[in-house]
Design a protein around this ligand. Structure first.
Ligand code: FAD
Ligand code: DHB
Length: 389
């Protein structure tokens, strides 16, 4: 078998890349380790930047998002019983779209099915080979049979634990990492959101976030120590903690109910440099991770795909390698700014008892400055709605 571009991973990065390449007439095959149902069962991000919304439009998969997604003009930061509203629309002229990663992935999967695209699910032992030559190839196993696919390029869209980054020889890659001593315990429940906008809270007990997926489906998170067992937190205990951390106004309005999903995500900042090794490219979580506080993980995956898809389309259409040659540098410039913002939002809004009293005062000063300065709020808003591609 042969294809022009072999894509490893059918998460949002891989499927968006495949969709954009297909629209431009570039041939590709996606190789995914899991089943479609498994991929859709992972509850993750919920906030889309305008740039990502534009890419979903370009990919022809935005119709349901525009119908069912919730445009948000602002969000709140709550400290104790004080709330500061960040007026995204007023400060930047832009807004964000609340629409779950699961829905984005489902829309992309449906578009792939509709056009009969090649996505090989439950492909085992996918291995990128010979990407340091002009003849890269992929091998994988399916139903006990080994297959080989020759290609021009391999795109590693297989997430943080994927095989693509791991296939790069030691010494060719530099990794930058910061691990936080806590995670986010997330809960999904069919209850009305506590407010029409998101609330990010810093409380002495730890961070909390009130988010949503629709007017009847809420998503909440609380900071928990690293290594916490999710089974130690009953639904009732989580609701009680959310009421404490989100403040009295939210507590009075909060609807509670049984969880339909409950999981813990560790927090990490990570960047691999560069993002290209011969004919292998890394995109999305395969190349970088941000802590979720700034809602940047999914959006960064989309901006990588913007640079990578346009480079590959230019390569096949105009016979120019300029776009793919610049991919790593262009993508990393934007990635590091999102890393900075996500680290800063995380530092502002979480409890770090191990960092002591000085750090706590710095956090307080940062918050006071934000509350008193429109310039500081505009800087936050500009980053939150997404820096230009
Ligand atoms: P992924 O979504 O990880 O997709 C990679 C795909 O590759 C997967 O389908 C995987 O099965 C497949 N794969 C892996 N290994 C192989 C292999 N060897 N062979 C073939 N296929 C393989 N971001 C936010 O902004 N807000 C959040 O609240 C948030 N919560 C998160 C919670 C968790 C638990 C995680 C892990 C991430 C979260 N993120 C969040 C980040 C966001 O979801 C990611 O940035 C986004 O999923 C990146 O998309 P991706 O396609 O690059 O990677
Ligand atoms: C959600 C996740 C985030 O990381 C965030 O900053 C905002 C919302 C969510 O899952 O809804």
């Amino acid at each position: 078998m042969r294809t022009q571009v072999a894509i490893i991973g059918a998460g949002p990065s891989g499927l968006l890349l495949s969709q954009l390449l297909h629209k431009a007439g570039v041939d590709c095959i996606v190789f995914e380790r899991r089943s479609p149902d498994y991929v859709l069962s992972r509850i993750r991000a919920g906030v889309l930047e305008q740039g990502m919304v534009g890419m979903l439009e370009q990919a022809g998969v935005s119709e349901r998002m525009h119908r069912e997604g919730l445009p948000h003009d602002g969000f709140a930061i709550s400290v104790g019983d004080t709330r500061l509203r960040i007026d995204l629309k007023g400060l930047t002229g832009s807004r964000v779209m609340v629409y779950g990663q699961t829905e984005v992935t489902k829309d992309l999967m449906d578009a792939h099915t509709a056009r009969g695209a090649q996505v090989i699910y439950e492909a085992e032992n996918v291995t990128p080979l010979d990407f340091d030559t002009d003849h890269p190839r992929i091998t994988y196993e399916k139903d006990g049979v080994t297959h080989e696919v020759a290609c021009d390029f391999i795109c590693g869209c297989d997430g943080y634990h994927g095989v693509s980054r791991a296939a790069v020889p030691d010494g060719a890659i530099t990794e930058f990492e910061k691990v936080y001593p806590f995670g986010w315990l997330g809960i999904l429940s069919y209850v009305k959101p506590v407010d029409h906008e998101l609330i990010y809270a810093n409380h002495p007990n730890g961070f909390a976030l009130a988010s949503m997926r629709s007017e009847t489906l809420s998503r909440y998170y609380i900071q928990v120590p690293a290594g916490t067992d999710v089974n130690k937190w009953s639904d009732d205990a989580i609701w009680a903690e959310l009421k404490v951390r989100l403040g009295a106004e939210a507590a009075a309005k909060m609807e509670t109910g049984p969880s339909i999903e409950k999981s813990i995500a560790p927090l990490r900042s990570f960047v691999a440099e560069p993002l290209r090794f011969g004919r292998l490219f890394l995109a999305g979580d395969a190349g970088h991770i941000v802590p979720p506080t700034g809602a940047k993980g999914l959006n960064l995956a989309a901006s990588d795909i913007h640079y990578l898809s346009s480079g590959l389309i230019e390569y096949y259409g105009e016979k120019s390698a300029a776009g793919i040659d610049a991919y790593s540098q262009h993508a990393l410039a934007r990635i590091w700014k999102a890393e900075r913002f996500s680290w800063w939002m995380t530092s502002l809004l979480h409890q770090f008892p191990e960092l002591g009293a000085f750090n706590a005062r710095m956090q307080q000063a940062d918050m006071d400055y934000l509350a008193s300065s429109e310039a500081a709020q505009r800087s936050l808003a500009e980053n939150y709605v997404g820096l230009p591609f």
